[in-house]
Design a protein around this ligand. Structure first.
Ligand SMILES: Cc1ncc(COP(=O)(O)O)c(C=O)c1O
Length: 404
């Protein structure tokens, strides 16, 4: 279900029209969900939250009791997440790290560096000598691993298993392991891979098994210990079937078996979307309803400049209509849908500003409200806010007890 929780629904109802659109987050729902995810994972599996999914400080804080750390992928995220949850272990990943970012990460004492290339590795070694003399720096080498079979077929955002700029090519693995050994301050803790987003539990397990098997063979070839393997994030969120959830129990059970086969190993996962997507709603109001060439459209306040997710992923954002019984303030008739299905668009002057097509909303009227669900991840923070200079949305945080 994507229906707003009672606390979210109550908050939306209190907002005057010009306080819309608004993002409303339910922090209790987030904490409950994160606690369930953690409980489904075996103790030897560490859970890092990929902050890029939604770096909102209130969400980072609400997640803190349930995660082992946070994965950050830029100097900006590094500073921001460190500011929001100062005690939390950070893993610094992402392609194209600048020297300044690496220095800042060394100064902040990040727990893990996910190194993406030979150049980056040597840069880190040189900067560590200058900026963190005498300290051991924990490194995981990120690889773009080939994945056997069709685990990544049909996956929307494949970042590995094909040519991409992410991680190092596996053909360079032996040279990179030797390079780490030649850099005195760097300690090779293990291997990192994040190969795709949108994988269901069986595919995730197949990918995790392939990564661990490959990493174990690499370590064995070099006679080095393998302490940690990060098998990435990318757990599926199904926007077309919003009531479904990633099968965390199945995944946790499979990771437990994988960990059992490698008793020396700490496994780590770094989901983003599947942790925070469900706790956020983008609430707005229908401004106008019209028919065009046989199709009906409702134009809502805001649009994909606030909630870019449906435009980037090409889906219809699941939504709930919240009819308004407020009196219509104008002397002319209230625009209303005549058919059963309507397309919800935003206020932008582009046909790409589509939030959801074919929504079953018979009788939808101007003034009704719509709450778009699954808006807690890759939503506001990936959107092109300034296009057309509409006002920014409000941000609200509720708990099941009320105000957060
Ligand atoms: C390295 C890395 N880890 C984790 C994630 C999180 O992926 P998701 O939000 O799909 O779980 C991403 C997303 O791009 C990533 O690049």
């Amino acid at each position: 279900m994507t229906d707003p929780t009672p606390a979210v629904r109550a908050r939306i109802a209190t907002l005057p029209p010009d306080a819309l659109p608004a993002y409303v987050y339910d922090l209790t729902a987030l904490a409950t969900h994160a606690a369930r995810v953690r409980a489904a994972l075996p103790p030897r599996v560490e859970l890092y939250y990929a902050a890029k999914a939604n770096p909102e400080p209130r969400l980072l804080t609400a997640l803190r009791p349930h995660v082992d750390g946070y994965e950050v992928s830029s100097g900006g995220e590094l500073a921001h997440v460190h500011g929001a949850v100062p005690d939390a272990p950070l893993a610094f990943g992402g392609p194209g790290k600048t020297p300044a970012e690496l220095v800042r990460a060394l100064e902040l004492g990040v727990a893990r560096f996910h190194v993406e290339s030979g150049h980056e590795l040597r840069m880190l070694g040189a900067l560590a000598a200058r900026h963190a003399p005498g300290r051991r720096i924990a490194v995981l080498l990120r690889f773009n691993l080939p994945v056997d079979g069709d685990a990544l077929d049909g996956v929307s955002l494949a970042m590995g298993g094909r040519p991409t700029p992410f991680g190092a090519d596996p053909a360079e693995a032996d040279a990179l392991v030797e390079a780490v050994a030649s850099l005195p301050q760097l300690e090779l803790r293990g291997v990192h891979a994040h190969l795709a987003s949108g994988l269901r539990a069986p595919e995730q397990l197949a990918v995790a098994t392939a990564i661990v098997t490959w990493a174990a063979a690499l370590a064995a070839r070099h006679g080095v210990p393998l302490a940690e393997v990060v098998v990435g994030g990318g757990m599926a969120v199904d926007y077309g079937a919003p009531g479904e959830r990633f099968a965390w129990q199945t995944y946790g059970g499979g990771l437990g078996r994988l960990a059992g086969a490698h008793p020396e190993l700490t496994l780590r996962i770094e989901p983003g979307r599947a942790l925070t997507a469900y706790c956020g709603w983008y609430a707005t109001e229908v401004l106008d309803v019209k028919a065009s060439h046989g199709e009906e459209f409702a134009v809502v306040r805001g649009g994909t400049h606030h909630l870019r997710t449906p435009a980037t992923k090409g889906h219809d954002q699941p939504c709930t209509v919240l009819p308004s019984d407020a009196p219509w303030p104008h002397p002319w008739p209230r625009p209303a849908a005549r058919g059963d299905r309507i397309t919800l668009t935003g206020q932008l002057c582009t046909p790409k500003d589509l939030l959801a097509r074919g929504v079953a909303a018979p009788g939808l009227r101007a003034g009704d409200r719509v709450a778009f669900g699954l808006a807690g991840a890759y939503a506001w923070n990936i959107s092109h806010h300034d296009f057309l200079m509409h006002p920014r949305p409000g941000f609200h945080f509720v708990t099941s007890g009320g105000e957060a």
